[in-house]
Design a protein around this ligand. Structure first.
Ligand SMILES: [Zn+2]
Length: 334
């Protein structure tokens, strides 16, 4: 599902970029929402949202507001929780304004951000976006961060769970990249939950792995403890600051045991996915072609040899017998 689209045919880029921005959010901004000098925001509000936009983006802003309402209702239903905070959404018309509003905390490829301290969401218009699109799943992802943050108040949820749940609730499962997980299993480089907390310091590839693992961890949690698991675990943080205590309160199990079970499940499910990696598939096809070529050439050579041998024996049969000169010469008459 796509909307607010400028150009078509960019979906692979969109998938990559939308996954990338999900990987670094939500941020704690060093500076919050600096309004650019000489820039006048227009505002439109409902009971749950205030959207700030440039006059030229009014139609888009109204549509986004409607979409936000709808997506928040879906989230509320899935989490059995109705958020009470009013969320302010800034629809930034240029990358520069987006950077200024987010205090420069979002990388250049970032498309959106949620500020859980001030209940704000920052979006880019399609014109300001690298992907030239603003995807509805982006709204759900950012709304999920704010909804979970409200549920867990006054404490914060760990990053692996926060990102994993936002991706899960936004139905971004197609971004889970099983081949990447499989390669990490193969090279013994999976990232554990505690390490994932520091993922903002990771290089891109490792951050991508950490986010993929986060999604699969929440997916495993839901399979293990049922559809209420995300809400239960989040709400447990309202009474427990530490992840281990919150997990014990929500599910009556040690978080360490869950983590061990999860990684076992991950290894079992994704171990062989690396075989679907494009480079491996390409290499495999080349190898098969080489082997096939070898056998075809060998068969042709063998056939040729057989033909030559057959020809040689035919030639030998057709030629007169070689006769020794002395024996062939008749004896002279005497
Ligand atoms: Zn996120």
């Amino acid at each position: 599902m796509k909307f607010w689209k400028i150009k078509s045919g960019y979906w692979p880029v969109v998938i990559i970029i939308s996954l990338l921005f999900c990987r670094l959010l939500p941020f704690t901004f060093p500076i919050f929402a600096q309004t650019p000098a000489g820039f006048n925001w227009r505002y439109h509000s409902t009971s749950n949202f205030v959207i700030a936009y440039r006059q030229a983006d009014k139609t888009l802003a109204i549509r986004i507001l409607g979409e936000l309402q709808q997506r928040q209702q879906e989230l509320a239903r899935r989490l059995s929780y109705q958020p009470r905070r009013v969320i302010t959404v800034f629809l930034c018309p240029t990358p520069q304004i987006f950077n200024l509003m987010t205090g420069g905390a979002v990388p250049h490829w970032g498309e959106a951000a949620a500020n859980t301290a001030q209940w704000r969401i920052f979006l880019k218009t399609p014109a300001a976006s690298n992907s030239r699109e603003l995807l509805p799943v982006t709204l759900t992802h950012e709304l999920a961060h704010l909804c979970l943050a409200e549920l867990a108040l006054p404490n914060a949820i760990p990053r692996w769970f926060n990102e994993g749940a936002a991706i899960f609730l936004a139905n971004e499962s197609r971004h889970a990249e099983p081949t990447m997980i499989s390669r990490a299993i193969l090279t013994n480089s999976l990232v554990d939950f505690e390490e994932i907390d520091d993922l903002l310091s990771f290089p891109n590839a490792r951050a991508a792995l950490a986010y993929g693992e986060s999604y699969h961890a929440v997916n495993f949690m839901v399979r293990r403890f049922g559809g209420e698991a995300i809400r239960k675990f989040t709400q447990a943080f309202a009474a427990h600051q530490q992840s281990r205590q919150a997990f014990q309160a929500a599910f009556g199990q040690e978080l360490w045991d869950f983590e061990a079970e999860y990684f076992d499940d991950l290894r079992q499910r994704f171990r062989w996915y690396f075989l679907l990696d494009e480079s491996i598939l390409f290499g495999g096809v080349i190898l098969i072609l080489l082997i096939a070529g070898f056998f075809v050439t060998r068969r042709r050579t063998k056939k040729k040899l057989q033909e030559w041998e057959a020809k040689e024996s035919e030639t030998a049969e057709a030629s007169p017998p070689e006769i020794d000169g002395n024996k062939a010469s008749p004896l002279p008459d005497r």
